[in-house]
Design a binder for this molecule. Sequence first.
Ligand SMILES: Nc1ncnc2c1ncn2[C@@H]1O[C@H](COP(=O)(O)OP(=O)(O)OP(=O)(O)O)[C@@H](O)[C@H]1O
Ligand SMILES: [Mg+2]
Length: 230
Amino acid sequence: MLRLEGITAGYGETQVLHGVSLEVAVGEVVALLGRNGAGKTTTLRSIIGLTPVWNGSVVFDGQDITRRKPHTLALAGIGYLPEHRGVFPSLSVHENLTLVEGRRPGAWTIARVYELFPRLAERRQNGGAQLSGGEQQMLAIARALLLNPKLLLLDEPTEGLAPLIVREIYARLADIKAEGATVLLVEQSVRFALSLADRAYVLGRGQVEWQGDAAALAGDAEAQKTWLGV
Ligand SMILES: Nc1ncnc2c1ncn2[C@@H]1O[C@H](COP(=O)(O)OP(=O)(O)OP(=O)(O)O)[C@@H](O)[C@H]1O
Ligand SMILES: [Mg+2]
């Protein structure tokens, strides 16, 4: 579904990615891990066209999409959950959802995301700004799902949330996975990410330093310490 081949990218003169190659197959959840500043967000931004790719290529669903514009990629089927929740604080929950429903019709409808997140249904008239951090994140995930993406890019979906809410969000991500979703997941919560993912890549200073089965990394304390410092 997604293949990066030797991506290089950066900001201004500063190179951040030094040849990142990775793959996500249809129906797979792949974790992209690494310490702060390793280049995880830059990798996602390069895929979606928010940070220009210098060299290398991005292939999505059989097409070369290197340097395509972000909005065309959303309609082509790449859902993107940015690092800091993309919900409109002045609009209600329901308005946030109706804004995106129908843009890319498919199995996910507002009724189905309310089933997945009953809390959003209860708060449908509340403004985005009145939601807790966890509810805002649920809303952001719901909005991404409503575009019925073929591939979902998630950047730290549980950043800054209390452990109980992290657990709840991961339970819902497991539901989404069970529906056959294809996901590239950036996370700091290594334990949760590896419990959900099929495979993992670890980035360090803009390069892939480790790759393999998520279960192998989850069971290898030494590798986690070496590559992730956890
Ligand atoms: N807009 C920017 N302008 C300049 N440098 C940036 C910008 N965004 C990120 N960087 C730099 O690029 C490098 C990689 O950052 P990136 O955000 O991709 O890392 P990350 O792995 O997502 O880190 P984190 O875990 O903290 O989110 C860092 O050195 C960072 O300082
Ligand atoms: Mg980041």
